[in-house]
Design a protein around this ligand. Structure first.
Ligand code: UDX
Length: 441
């Protein structure tokens, strides 16, 4: 089938390339000429395992093309996916200007039936706005043609996005038109083989489903982070509590890991946006508000522990920091807890030597030559000359470090661990002072 994808960012690229992989004829369009030029040379602007190879294979097979030409893009696909950004505005509500600009562009060039698919995470009611925008432009142009606007939210995890697209837990299709739902089911058939994963519903419920999923996951994390702070003060170990509650099948083991706060491009933005949406319809979303506040506070937990350990005097101290990305297997530093830690330490007069397996280029882009921050090229190099070690992201190669080397290299033999990677007893036996999250033993 013929598919057009507006927006060659994270979601748009994964969607476009995976749909091409399934044999569709895909055109990806973006307003950023440099990005499109690079993609035409098979250079992927983001780090996502497997995406490079899949892009090359599908370009070679002629199934995916990249362009900035709107007329060409609109003429191409029966399906017109909208996968552009919805960044928060000053108030934290999702800014729809890019989504509506795409809707306008589609309407300006559309001459026959098109299915417009909202893939971007958009507030409830956006499909209606997209529909209105298209109708009004078509009217101005005097063009009469049918179209449908569908909500089809993505549930892709960075670092596992291809797997999530290829073997989704569910495919949510929000539309009031059964015929359109059938067409989308055919498009998604290759990803829907072992059992039926398609859930069709009305448009508004589909739009809300995306926010509900992310807000629920963020709530689980903030809940555990709140309990970890309590456990610490009560002399309990949150890791044992986690095991104890995870064994209840109603609760489950996933997404109950305490840490130094959630980050990324979705949770912080979506929780905030849903809370603002609630306010707009006259409802105070107390729980969502708390989820956000707990998380903002949690991002400071490591710094508070460090300050306490050093009796509020960080002047001239140097910290090795492992992990810049907001989670493993990505180079994304958006809303990453590492940023809060780095900025607070430097603000307090300390120096930071940071290392991440994938996010070094991103860190250089974000921070340039920030005074007080040095980017190291390995875990060992970060440790060299440092007083203490801080672990912020749970990359696999941080899990079993050479503790003897760490003890020998650090001036103070102390580790501040924001992800509970290590065994407190082992570190004690090695003579390393260990601060973790919620381990009040
Ligand atoms: C998330 C959703 O999982 C995905 O379905 C949605 O489409 C987009 O947002 P992503 O942002 O890629 O995906 O990351 P995810 O793996 O969900 O992790 C989010 C954050 O939560 C990370 O900072 C992670 O470290 C943190 N986290 C996760 C915890 O602190 N504890 C946990 O138990 C799980």
């Amino acid at each position: 089938m013929k598919v057009t994808v507006f927006g060659s960012g994270y979601v748009g690229l994964v969607t476009g390339i995976c749909l091409a992989e399934a044999g569709n004829d895909v055109v990806c369009i973006d307003i950023d000429q440099d990005k499109i030029d690079n993609l035409n040379k098979a250079i992927v602007p983001i780090y996502e395992p497997g995406l490079d190879e899949m892009l090359k294979a599908n370009m070679d097979a002629g199934r995916v093309k990249f362009t900035t030409n709107i007329a060409e893009a609109v003429n191409h696909g029966t399906f017109q996916f909208i996968a552009v950004g919805t960044p928060p505005d000053e108030d934290g509500a999702a800014d729809l200007q890019y989504v509506l600009a795409v809707a306008k562009s589609i309407a300006e060039h559309m001459n026959e039936y098109r299915i417009i698919v909202d893939k971007s995470t958009v507030p409830v009611g956006t499909a209606d706005k997209v529909k209105q925008e298209i109708l009004s432009v078509l009217q101005q142009r005097g063009v009469e043609t049918e179209f449908d606007v569908v909500s089809n939210p993505e549930f892709l995890k960075e670092g596992a996005a291809i797997e999530d697209f290829m073997k989704p837990d569910r495919i949510v299709i929000g539309t009031d038109n059964p015929r359109t739902a059938e067409l989308l089911k055919v498009l998604y058939a290759p990803f829907n083989r072992s059992h039926d994963r398609v859930i069709t519903m009305d448009v508004r419920s589909a739009e809300l489903t995306k926010y509900a999923a992310n807000a629920m996951l963020a709530t689980k994390i903030s809940f555990m982070n709140e309990l970890s702070n309590l456990a610490e003060r009560l002399g309990a170990d949150i890791e044992q509590v986690r095991n104890g509650i995870g064994s209840d099948s109603r609760i489950g083991y996933s997404f109950i890991y305490p840490g130094c706060g959630y980050g990324g491009s979705c949770f912080p933005k979506d929780v905030k946006a849903l809370e603002r949406t609630a306010r707009q319809v006259g409802y105070q979303a107390e729980l969502l508000n708390a989820v956000e506040n707990v998380n903002n506070r949690q991002k400071h937990v490591l710094v508070n522990k460090i300050k306490k350990h050093y009796k509020d005097d960080l002047q001239g101290k140097t910290f090795a920091l492992w992990g810049l990305a907001f989670k493993p297997k990505t180079d994304d530093m958006r809303e990453a807890p590492s940023r809060v830690v780095i900025e607070a330490l430097i603000e307090a007069g300390a120096q930071v030597r940071a290392y991440d397996p994938e996010a070094m280029d991103e860190a250089a882009r974000v921070y340039g030559n920030k005074a007080g921050l040095r980017l190291a090229s390995s875990t060992e190099e970060a440790l060299n000359g440092a007083d203490a070690l801080i672990v912020v992201t749970e990359w696999k190669n941080f899990w079993s470090p050479d503790f003897d080397f760490i003890k020998k290299t650090l001036n103070d033999a102390v580790i501040f661990d924001g992800r509970n990677l290590y065994d407190p007893q082992l570190l004690k036996s090695k003579g390393i002072r260990y601060y973790a999250i919620g381990r009040g033993l």
